[in-house]
Design a protein around this ligand. Sequence first.
Ligand code: HEM
Length: 409
Amino acid sequence: MMNLYFLMTALFMGMAALIAADAALTSFTLLPWFNGLRWLRVHFITLGAVTEALFGLLPLVVAIRAGLPRPTFRWDIWLTLNLGLLTLLVGIPIINQSLIFAGGMLIFVATMLLLWQLRGMQRETPAATAAGDGRKFYIAGLSYFLVGIIVGTGLWLGWSDWLHIQVPIEVHIHANNWGLMSLVFAGLLVDMYPTWAKRPLAWPRSITPIFWMLTIGALGLILGPWVKSNWFSVPGIILFLAATFWLLLNVIKPLWGDKATWLQPGIWHLVTAYFWILAPVLVAPLIILGVPGFPGAGVEQNAPQALIYGWVLQFSYAFIPYFFYRLFLPNEPARLGGSWLSLLTGHLGGFFLWASIFLAVYHNVLHGLAYFFWTISLIPITLLLWRIMRHGLHLLDERSGVVIEIVET
Ligand code: HEM
């Protein structure tokens, strides 16, 4: 029963909406600032909604692509992931070292188990060899997640000194963002694009070089802050960006001129989310060069949130509802999630967050507006997930009613 991961995804998406609203209200000084909520704000999305959904769907997608039967639900993975998450949700805001250690390690074990499961799922049918190959993206992404978990767990436990990490928070963000998220999202595009767009990617043979460029680029972006050297970061950014452009061109070119496709907000979410990856990269040289008057500290403090809400969340607005349809309502046509409202407000949020960095005088009001728009964008998606799930569970209920009646007669 894969749906349990999705139940948690819907739950955490709701929490993400609540806590984005809290950030808006505190910025407008309508509510007192809650200490420790900053961690929850980002991680309800990254761990709660996205990682949870990925753990549920990756074994399914890999099995379909490899022509294998639907894998059985792994309770061990579900339990270790969710126990770890709940332990962190308690431990990090109050900075309790034993809870942080236990939570981090449980998620580490869950990730190892998932990696093991995916590695074991080899293609069995020759026909399946021609299908997309996201599996290697997922395995590489989850391997970087292991690094991100160790560094993230160690942030409050003093492991960074022991591991000789120069800028630990950046290593954590880079391992999870450029390592885990971008590789897994690329894998999903490779595997799912033919279904979503009803046509193949522009250059299927480019997938392998794109995979290596993203993987090596992410490594450079992790090693850069680890040893504090641009000799790793700069080639890392170049490889990473080149591969991302190449992947996006693969996505956009076949759809160019096809008006009907561009009338779907879901496709816009998938493609335009990537703009928010570019924003920090474009200003990075100004920080590295130390341009006077440039608010480098503000960027370092706020850019991670713009990245999570602008890119990770927007990409998720499209793909998470799609898999909800597939799993809960298998007899209905599945479509990408998102609406023109979530698209507009998702981008307005990113715009106002960046504006709050540069217009320091209006910081609070602009910061509040950013979270206001992100809250608005989250609400319809959360409602959609709940609606799909409720409908699906209702059908399941009806069917089990029928089964009971049959058994009784
Ligand atoms: C077991 C998993 C994880 C642990 C233990 C963990 C831990 C942490 C900790 C302790 C911080 C520092 C908070 C602070 O300085 O106040 C942090 C920040 C952050 N983490 Fe994680 N994290 C995990 C997973 C992830 C994932 C999957 C992502 C996905 C991209 C992520 C992205 C971030 C970001 C963007 C920040 C910076 C937040 C900000 O500046 O507001 N983390 N994490």
